[in-house]
Design a protein around this ligand. Structure first.
Ligand SMILES: NC(=O)c1ccc[n+]([C@@H]2O[C@H](COP(=O)([O-])OP(=O)(O)OC[C@H]3O[C@@H](n4cnc5c(N)ncnc54)[C@H](OP(=O)(O)O)[C@@H]3O)[C@@H](O)[C@H]2O)c1
Length: 251
């Protein structure tokens, strides 16, 4: 595939992210607290998470295997960061969830698999065919700043997900007002952390697939944070008044 074709597909994919961003304000993605049976067949929540998220690793592996270039030390570390994130998201995260008996619509799982096919393709094809980082990239300010941003985002995401998961005692499936960490300022610090993490990845790779993925993450999680925030305000009369949805003091 030529550079131009890859670039054209990426631009079209960004266009679809913008449409999705607008659509998700009208239609909440029906999983987690917004899950319901109007969306057809359902699958166990944990299995749904595992299948849809592990898919990106399968597609990534395929495009790296079917590649013209070998990974260098630098691009290998970048791919390693991506795999590290998705190892947690597809295996550790579903195992830790306390969502016994909960289900998600199969259509959500399938649409996430499509999203992950595109992500796996963009990452795998780029790192396997276009990326040409030399060892001095380790000393480039974009790599250093990007790494700091990436790990800050990951720490916020993991810590906030852990606080949420630990709100439930074994066997519970209801919802409580989250406290601690960045919950002091926002309703969805896990989603904020996810955006920060992928912005960091975009900076540290200084690449088109990095930017595309950061835009898609923003498009997916910001509407979700806003719908979670409204849901909390409607459900809990004592919900903290000064807490924002995703951006402290602002949004
Ligand atoms: N890169 C992307 O495009 C993208 C898109 C979406 C999500 N993600 C990531 O995937 C992870 C999960 O996302 P999510 O939207 O499902 O997060 P979420 O709605 O905040 O839920 C996370 C987990 O915590 C539980 N939980 C949430 N709030 C709770 C409360 N108040 N009381 C008790 N339990 C609570 C949820 O249970 P229930 O399932 O029962 O609600 C779920 O198991 C996050 O780390 C997010 O960043 C990434």
């Amino acid at each position: 595939m030529s550079n131009e074709l890859y670039f054209t597909i990426a631009l079209s994919w960004i266009g679809i992210a913008v449409v999705t961003f607008v659509y998700l304000f009208k239609q909440k993605a029906p999983y987690g607290r917004h899950s319901n049976e109007r969306w057809g067949p359902m699958i166990d929540n944990r299995w749904g998470w595992f299948i849809m998220e592990v898919f990106v690793l399968v597609i990534l592996a395929y495009f790296l295997w079917d590649a013209k270039k070998q990974l260098t030390v630098v691009s290998g570390i970048m791919v390693g960061l991506f795999v590290f994130h998705y190892f947690n998201r597809s295996i550790i995260f579903p195992l830790r969830l306390k969502t016994n008996g909960k289900k998600m619509p199969v259509i959500i799982m399938v649409s996430a698999m499509f999203f992950n096919t595109m992500n796996g393709f963009f990452m795998g094809y780029y790192f396997g065919n276009f990326a040409s980082y030399t060892i001095d990239w380790f000393l480039d300010s974009r790599f250093i700043i990007g790494m700091m941003v990436f790990f800050t985002g990951m720490a916020i995401n993991w810590h906030s997900d852990a606080l949420l998961i630990n709100l439930r005692k074994p066997g519970e499936t209801g919802y409580k007002i989250p406290q601690g960490g960045l919950f002091k300022w926002v309703s969805c610090p896990n989603l904020l952390g996810e955006v920060i993490e992928w912005v960091g990845f975009g900076i540290l790779t200084w690449s088109l697939p990095g930017v595309v993925f950061a835009i898609w993450t923003f498009a997916n999680v910001v509407p979700r944070a806003i719908s979670h925030h409204k849901w909390y305000q409607e459900k809990f009369v004592d919900y903290p008044k000064d807490r924002k949805a995703i951006l402290p003091y602002l949004w």
